[in-house]
Design a protein around this ligand. Structure first.
Ligand code: HEM
Length: 330
């Protein structure tokens, strides 16, 4: 176990009082993880993104990356360790479930001096803009006396918090992903890049599959076995078919909000994007390589900074560390 993993584990055990957000939210990361455990049950798995597969690969930068950021993560070819997942805390969820996000968490330069981590999903927006709203979303889904959530509570919460339905609408309007490497992933938060001359640029990170998007109709999805996504990836690796993503940044403009991960920027999909490099998945990795620690989106090498005003960004570190300490104890 390297030093970073040691410190994360220690932090998971002693708590993260100094990293708590300064906003007036009443829910804290522990309350949110408790709520995830109440909705999905506590398993020897992540409280969210419970079902997944560890993978290994490489990152190869473009010359444009240096123009935008001095971050060492984007200056050289480095290894990548990553984990694809299905959203939610059910470790046995079917890979054909349309309503769940697919996640891709990864570390660029995991053992080097540019370590940078992202935890992305296949939608450009999150389902909550604050910890309070995330807790409310989960609370509306708490199992009742019969062991099932009350659909009226879910409807009432959605009606009172319409922005929490945007992610689900995005997924509902698109085919079920036929491949973990056949779908776009977004970093969602607004980040600031700084280059060697000190010039800054607001961006959102996105991964675009080089082999194009691969989707299933609802009927095709129904016919698939519950665990088809890992074998599909294995097949692609064996056949040397597309297993890469273009790693791009969507360029922000002055005034673009960074405080609400449930909104896209105006015309975000039509904005210019710059390719920072290519991520290629080369190997299915043993899950232990990903499960002994966390992917922590707040770990960023100098030259990439997360949003200061997004109430969902910094608390991810504490939430993930709490989940780690629970799954290691199970
Ligand atoms: C834009 C916001 C967010 C996105 C896109 C997101 C996405 C994800 C993804 C893809 C995973 C799976 C990670 C993996 O494979 O290791 C994950 C795990 C998790 N998420 Fe989030 N998440 C967000 C915010 C939050 C927040 C604010 C909390 C609560 C504080 C939270 C709680 C968790 C927990 C507890 C896990 C399990 C972590 C582990 O055991 O390693 N998430 N999330």
């Amino acid at each position: 176990m390297n030093i970073k993993k040691h410190s994360l584990l220690a932090a998971a055990i002693i708590g993260f009082a100094s990293l708590s957000p300064s906003s007036a939210q009443t829910a804290d990361p522990k309350k949110v993880v408790d709520a995830l455990n109440k909705v999905f049950g506590q398993h020897k798995a992540r409280a969210s993104g419970a079902k997944g597969q560890c993978v290994a690969g490489t990152f190869t930068p473009t010359a444009d990356a240096r123009k935008l950021t001095k971050s060492l993560a984007f200056h050289k070819q480095t290894p990548v360790i990553g984990r694809f997942s299905l959203g939610g805390g059910n470790p046995k969820a079917s890979d054909a479930t349309k309503a769940l996000v697919r996640g891709f968490a990864f570390k660029i330069d995991p053992e080097g001096n540019g370590t940078t981590e992202f935890v992305m999903v296949n939608a450009p927006v999150n389902f909550a803009k604050s910890l309070d709203q995330m807790f409310g979303f989960l609370e509306a889904r708490f199992p009742g006396p019969e062991g099932k959530p009350d659909p009226d509570k879910i409807k009432a919460f959605a009606a009172a918090n319409p922005e929490t339905t945007r992610q689900g609408q995005w997924l509902a309007g698109r085919p079920v992903p036929a491949s973990y490497v056949g779908v776009n992933y977004w970093g969602i938060h607004g980040y600031t890049l700084t280059n060697a001359e000190g010039k800054t640029q607001l961006v959102k990170f996105k991964l675009v599959p080089t082999g194009g998007e691969a989707g299933l109709t609802d009927d095709e999805a129904k016919a698939k076995p519950a665990d088809f996504l890992v074998s599909e990836l294995q097949d692609r690796i064996a056949k040397k078919a597309h297993t890469s993503f273009d790693f791009v940044v969507i360029l922000g403009q002055p005034g673009d909000p960074t405080n609400d991960p449930t909104v896209m920027w105006n015309d975000e999909e039509k904005r210019p994007a710059v390719k920072l490099g290519t991520i290629t998945i080369t190997k299915i990795e043993k899950n232990e390589a990903c499960d002994n620690g966390i992917f922590d989106p707040t770990i960023l090498a100098d030259g990439v900074a997360g949003p200061k005003d997004d109430p969902m960004f910094i608390p991810r570190q504490e939430g993930y560390a709490i989940s780690l300490s629970r799954r290691l104890k199970q």
